[in-house]
Design a protein around this ligand. Structure first.
Ligand SMILES: NC(=O)c1ccc[n+]([C@@H]2O[C@H](COP(=O)([O-])OP(=O)(O)OC[C@H]3O[C@@H](n4cnc5c(N)ncnc54)[C@H](OP(=O)(O)O)[C@@H]3O)[C@@H](O)[C@H]2O)c1
Length: 341
């Protein structure tokens, strides 16, 4: 039997919206039903590139979420504009896939997670790394005891962001800064393996606009279990991850958040070491497994994906909130997405 076709509504037409809409075309039984941009022309161009004859272009988020052809609203605006869009979509009873970071604060993330639960609709942060078959395998290996008990995690990621201070990566009104944009990947990786930490230390640098340009985090769990995380928008940190256990380790070489290879090292004693390499040939730009899982969950009437439940999104937001507070970053109230007509 052919599976029900899922209609996707994409909010925003920036860089990630293009990449994800491209991957959406590789999905069986999914279509771009609608797209909304602050500029109608832009939405029209996007609809022609990624949609079909029936794809609707809007310059109004409300109209998109109310469109009966839209089953899932994919939110690809800057961080600060996620919360207002997610709220509208949930109020309309629509499933939501929202780009990382889910919102700019723990309070907004917890409130929207609760709203999704109340409404009984699907809602997920687009943490695509969790759906990468290598990361799925890594979790399984750890759960099966392939490296013994996890004692430490290290993960880093960085790049040199554009110098232009109006870029969304630097603009406080758009939720700029390294923690929300890049830091979330190492934080989500550590949280995936170890859950919520019991303590956190952060050090970093704020730029003249008051947003964080680099950060080092040290997270701890009971019994000395720890994670060292390092992220930057001003230096090209490679993006490695390492999970260290009592009988071995798993190495994910750069860039771990988009992994195509990893190595399991079994080292139960001094001088004893054997390793196994795993590889993944990327599907599309790497978003296909996540999009497929979301489409299937919506088809099945499920409200979450086990790979990235809302409870994890809230724990990740808590870590990021503490780190932002530790660095002294303060964001203004999120502003809604408005048409530029
Ligand atoms: N999963 C990933 O691999 C990945 C990679 C990159 C980014 N992201 C995430 O995706 C989101 C968007 O990032 P991006 O790199 O695509 O950003 P971007 O290229 O700047 O695009 C963001 C888009 O949001 C829309 N928008 C709505 N309100 C806006 C406002 N007030 N100011 C500016 N733009 C506004 C604009 O589209 P319209 O003009 O059409 O309204 C803009 O093109 C962020 O949450 C980011 O963390 C994820």
């Amino acid at each position: 039997m052919t599976e029900r076709t899922i209609g996707w509504g994409v909010v925003a037409t920036g860089a990630i919206a293009h990449n994800v809409a491209g991957d959406l075309r590789q999905l069986e039984n999914s279509r771009l039903a609608a797209v909304s941009s602050r500029l109608l022309d832009r939405a029209g161009t996007f609809a022609r590139e990624f949609g079909d004859a029936a794809t609707t272009a809007y310059d109004d988020v409300r109209a998109l979420v109310d469109d009966p052809a839209v089953d899932v609203v994919y939110v690809a605006t800057p961080h600060a504009q996620h919360a207002p869009v997610v709220e509208q979509a949930l109020d309309a009873g629509k499933a939501v896939l929202c780009e990382k970071a889910f919102t700019t604060s723990l309070a907004d993330t917890a409130r929207l997670a609760e709203l999704a639960r109340e409404r009984g609709v699907f809602c997920m942060e687009a943490m695509w790394t969790r759906f990468n078959p290598l990361i799925v395998r890594l979790r399984q290996l750890v759960a099966d005891g392939a490296i013994g008990d996890v004692r430490a995690v290290t993960a880093d990621l960085g790049f040199v962001a554009p110098a232009d201070r109006t870029d969304r990566l630097w603009d406080p009104a758009l939720g700029g800064g390294v923690l929300l944009d890049v830091g979330i990947y190492p934080v989500a990786f550590a949280q995936m393996l170890l859950g919520a930490p019991t303590a956190l230390t952060v050090t970093g640098t704020l730029n003249e606009q008051g947003v964080d340009s680099e950060a080092g985090l040290f997270l701890t769990w009971p019994d000395g279990v720890r994670a060292h995380l390092d992220v930057s928008l001003i230096s090209p940190i490679p993006g490695s991850a390492l999970v260290m256990g009592t009988t071995g380790r798993i190495e994910v070489p750069p860039r771990f958040h988009a992994a195509t290879t990893m190595r399991l090292v079994h080292a139960p004693g001094r001088g004893i070491e054997e390793s196994q390499t795993f590889e993944w040939e990327k599907e599309g730009r790497g978003y296909v497994p996540m999009l497929r899982a979301v489409a299937q969950a919506v088809r099945d009437g499920r409200t979450e994906c086990p790979e990235m439940p809302l409870a994890h999104t809230v724990e990740i937001a808590d870590i990021l909130d503490q780190a932002l507070a530790g660095l002294g970053v303060r964001y203004p109230e999120p502003a809604p997405v408005v048409s530029l007509r």
